[in-house]
Design a protein around this ligand. Structure first.
Ligand code: SF4
Ligand code: SF4
Ligand code: SF4
Length: 327
């Protein structure tokens, strides 16, 4: 009998759906190995079809996207109940992802920016999305936008993680052995991350010379040497604080890593790890002689620090917890 596979979604750009389709002809192997019982982005599935399944009837449930609305939270709980194994698929589900940067501000400020203050918006009555719409006797209840964006494991119990924004096809192909093992075999332990156990720097083809740097530059300000570590050229590359497994795809086209694979094993807070890595490389040998204004100048070279260091992982970061405690 075929396994049952479902793909549920939260606040998503659907790049994760496209990444599955990027399997190209191997999608046929996926369809051969598993019956897809729910994947609304790809086919005409309705929520009630997922609701109608027995608990535990789905062998593997994939959830992509951040949990941001009441409807997405419902989907997360539903998929958990209906799935024997639940996988956080993509960085938004694993760590909160880019939509999770909403936690740096408030729902009210986001509504003001999106529905009032943008130059192209004409909305004098400041009408914002409603959770209830009435037309005569007909009442339509709509999802509520939560204050915080959450990673899937902050909402439900998660068995496996497949990070990446979107996940690399080479990593998605590793789902096939999982599907085989689900038909009889010993599955990997709960909490397994389908990726490398090393940092991105460990799989990077560029040379590190343990040089210190005296300035940070943005990527458009420099044509980098194609053989030397980008960070050692002053370009902020998140490699030291990022899990490998993507094949260093950005580095291979000389773009710095933005950290989408999340923190490496044993690191709780990706941003804090990166800040430590930067501190150790900024003019490290001259540290004692570095005047304060020079330190300030170097640090000011890092634009949008929160968005840079926590681009994909803010909802699971210690910083997020601290911000919430302080509110
Ligand atoms: S992980 Fe990236 S590709 Fe996937 S839904 Fe989030 S933003 Fe889109
Ligand atoms: S910091 Fe970036 S460029 Fe340098 S070795 Fe690590 S991944 Fe490669
Ligand atoms: S190099 Fe970095 S940003 Fe690019 S895919 Fe790999 S982990 Fe993601």
């Amino acid at each position: 009998m075929k396994l049952k596979l479902a793909v549920g979604l939260g606040s998503t750009c659907s790049g994760c759906d496209i990444a599955i389709l990027d399997l190209a002809e191997k999608v046929l192997d996926l369809v051969e190995a598993a019956e897809i019982v729910f994947w609304p982005t790809a086919m005409d599935f309705k929520l009630k079809e997922l609701e109608g399944l027995e608990d535990g009837e789905i062998d593997l449930g994939l959830y992509h996207g951040t949990v941001r609305t009441s409807q997405q939270e419902h989907m997360a709980h539903l998929l958990r109940e209906k799935s024997k194994a639940l996988m956080a698929f993509g960085s938004c589900a694993c760590f909160g992802g880019i939509p999770g940067l909403c936690n740096l501000t408030s729902k009210e400020e986001i509504f003001r920016a999106a529905y009032k203050d943008t130059p192209s918006t004409v909305n004098p009555d400041f009408i914002t999305p409603q959770t209830e719409v009435r037309v005569g006797d007909f009442v339509l209840t709509l999802p509520e936008l939560h204050q915080d964006g959450k990673a899937l494991p902050l909402v439900v119990d998660v068995d496996y993680f497949l990070p990446g924004c979107p996940p690399a096809v080479e990593l998605i192909e590793k789902l096939f052995p999982y599907l085989s093992l689900m038909q009889g075999g010993e599955l990997p332990p709960k909490g397994t991350v389908i990726a490398s156990d090393k940092t991105l720097c460990d799989e990077c083809p560029l040379n590190r010379e343990n040089k210190s740097i005296s300035r940070m530059v943005r990527v458009h300000e420099l044509i980098p040497d194609p053989k030397i570590c980008l960070l050692e050229q002053g370009i902020l590359c998140m490699g030291p604080a990022t899990r490998g497994g993507c094949g260093a795809s950005c580095i291979k086209v000389l773009m710095p890593c933005r950290g989408c694979m999340g923190p490496p094993p044993g690191v709780k807070d990706q941003g804090a790890r990166m800040i430590a890595a930067i501190a150790s490389i900024l003019a490290v040998s001259d540290e004692k002689e570095l005047p304060e204004e020079e330190v300030v100048r170097l640090v000011n070279g890092i634009k949008d620090p929160a968005g840079t260091f926590y681009r994909f992982t803010l909802p699971v970061a210690l910083l997020n917890k601290k911000m919430r405690e302080d509110k």
